[in-house]
Design a protein around this ligand. Structure first.
Ligand code: AHG
Ligand code: MN
Ligand code: MN
Length: 337
């Protein structure tokens, strides 16, 4: 039998390579792994239990929350509360910061507990996304502003995708690993080590129904993707799951570009900088790809608020660079990007 490496073993082995490591980040990642297994089990049962349907509440963005969003939120917060390592959590499902009992804990965690909620009712992929920062060392009592750090300061990030199989990908800044859940033994097994994104891919991913709200540069770029040119693999294929974690996971493995632009409908885009764009940008950059907001690297953006949005263009290096050329050529000063 092939030598199977579980997520837990892998994390411990990785930690042992750093003699001074306290093991706290390893524990935090294992806690997230545990929550992911519980959420995965519930996601798979969702169609046959009464967990589907709307809760009578809205999240901070005014969107109706479904029960699975709340369940995932609770599971992740409770897993992170287990070991007093995390001092605060910022979740899509909570307006303010959630302070955990381990107030002296070393890490601040951002998360989108359930990404792609509109896919739940139709049995299409959904995910969880997380991003980890250090708390500022000198401070005893943290203010909300202490959580507003740029993506470059992330010490770890990852996602779980509840798809045709459940996979967990993470990085601590030393490349990207992917684990696949074997439900029969309840373990995440290492399936891809040191993942690299293809430097060029022939898949583009965007909600083209919003085409008329876009800036000229993006319209022209999408026309370029559709042109026939066998030498560059065009026309590209179009794929859009409506779950960023799933669209970025496919992009990581197959290459291409995923785009959620700013538009006249969403002036700052719709995706959240701190718990959607930064963690997935960290993963894609660690795999050799790029993630920009049109001009800047996503991870260089200095956040002004916990739940802010940003446009994002993320994927294979050559695809993102090509898109940038279209923005420079076709976007006017008024259409800022
Ligand atoms: P969430 O379910 O956490 O609100 O996130 C959904 C996000 C993202 O995952 C996806 O890429 C995007 O919303 C889809 O938006 P549109 O429906 O506007 O295409
Ligand atoms: Mn989301
Ligand atoms: Mn969500």
């Amino acid at each position: 039998m092939k030598d199977l490496v579980t997520l837990e073993e892998y994390i411990i082995r990785a930690q042992n390579k750093f003699p001074g490591a306290t093991g706290e980040l390893s524990q935090l990642l294992r806690d997230i792994g545990l929550a992911a297994k519980i959420i995965s089990r519930e996601v798979n049962k969702a169609g046959i239990t009464n967990i589907l349907g709307y809760e009578d509440s809205e999240n901070v963005h005014g969107e109706s929350q479904k029960k699975l969003d709340l369940f995932a939120n609770e599971q992740l917060i409770s897993a992170l509360s287990r070991s007093n390592i995390t001092c605060m959590v910022i979740s899509e499902e909570n307006e303010g910061v959630v302070r955990l009992s381990g107030e002296a804990g070393k890490y601040i965690v951002y998360m989108d507990p359930l990404d792609g909620s509109s896919n739940i009712d139709v049995s299409v992929s959904i995910g969880s996304i997380f991003s980890v920062y250090m708390r500022p060392e000198s401070k005893k009592k943290l203010a909300e502003g202490d959580a507003l750090q740029s993506g470059e300061k992330q010490v770890a990030a990852g996602y779980v995708l509840y798809g045709s199989s459940t996979v967990l990908a993470y990085t601590t800044g030393l490349g990207v690993r992917i684990f696949t859940l074997d439900p029969s033994i309840g373990e995440f097994i290492l399936s891809h080590e040191d993942v690299k994104i293809p430097e060029y891919g022939n898949i583009y991913s965007a909600d083209e129904g919003s085409y008329n709200f876009w800036d000229p540069g993006l319209k022209q770029y999408v026309k370029y993707c559709q042109e026939i040119d066998p030498d560059t693999g065009r026309p590209y294929k179009a794929r859009y799951v409506g779950c960023m974690a799933a669209d970025v996971h496919r992009t990581l493995l197959q290459g291409g570009i995923f785009m959620y632009p700013d538009s006249s409908k969403y002036p700052n885009g719709k995706l959240r900088l701190m718990y959607e764009c930064n963690p997935l940008s960290f993963i894609i950059e660690q795999a050799g790809g790029l993630a920009i907001d049109g001009s800047r690297r996503i991870m260089e953006i200095q956040p002004a608020s916990l739940h802010e949005c940003t446009p994002i263009y993320i994927g294979s290096r050559k695809n993102v660079e090509k898109l940038r050329e279209f923005f420079v050529e076709f976007n006017t000063a008024n259409s800022s990007r």
